[in-house]
Design a protein around this ligand. Structure first.
Ligand code: GRF
Length: 211
């Protein structure tokens, strides 16, 4: 199976990006990472990319007069990379409709809650505020809405009595670092079929790590 080209979009710390870099290095994902794209020149994710020898593309949101111009520049960079998959790993902007349409089925996002509950910012705070007893993370394909595309993988954690936003976020983040590489692996093994709202996962071969 030919190795897929994947690109990551991240705005900050980049711990999910690191989990993907590490999973590729361990041979768990049949992919090569062809670029990190960031809207934030100060993102720590840039250091991680440099250390791993991954090219960095900074499309600085603040350098463009209007959102449209930023989106056009971003779309150009994405097209030039011609990746099979673009992963939003802590990319803190909503992608414009043009990009979402153009890259339909090739955009993946990780969200720190069990969607459709608690979309948008501060998902862990929202979950605690609501008083749910379980929360978790969701990896999904991106559509035109906010955190609303077809779900690929979800995993849950119990919300403990003593949890605050920090402790709950840390436990969810540990799950994210497992679920995102797993979803990318399934994509790279051509095992994800989008069927309306559902994502069907085809069975693995005898050599799949989950067997
Ligand atoms: C993660 O919680 C992710 O789910 C959310 O933003 C956070 C990014 O963390 N979309 P990191 O930059 O990957 O460390």
């Amino acid at each position: 199976m030919p190795v897929k080209r994947i690109a990551v979009l991240a705005s900050g710390r980049g711990s999910n990006f690191q989990a993907v870099i590490d999973a590729i290095a361990r041979g768990e994902i049949p992919a090569s990472c062809c670029g990190l794209i960031t809207d934030n020149a100060g993102a720590y994710a840039i250091e991680r990319a440099k250390k791993a020898g991954i090219p960095v593309y900074i499309v600085d949101y603040g350098a463009y007069p209007v959102k449209d111009a930023y989106e056009q520049a971003l779309c150009r960079v994405m097209k030039d990379l011609s990746a099979d998959l673009y992963i939003l790993a802590g990319y803190m902007r909503i992608l414009g409709g043009g990009i979402v349409k153009h890259f339909h089925g090739q955009l993946m996002n990780i969200h720190p809650a069990l969607l459709p509950g608690f979309p948008g910012l501060h998902a862990q705070r929202q979950a605690l505020g609501y008083g749910v007893k379980v929360s978790g993370c969701t990896v999904h394909f991106v559509d035109e809405g906010m955190d609303s595309g077809p779900v690929i993988i979800q995993a849950c954690v119990r919300v403990e009595e003593e949890d605050d936003e920090e402790t709950l976020s840390a436990r969810i983040l540990a799950l994210e670092h497992r679920c995102l590489p797993e979803a990318i692996r399934l994509f790279c093994e051509d095992r994800l079929i989008i069927d309306g709202r559902r994502v069907r996962i085809l069975p693995g071969s005898a050599t799949s790590p989950e067997r």
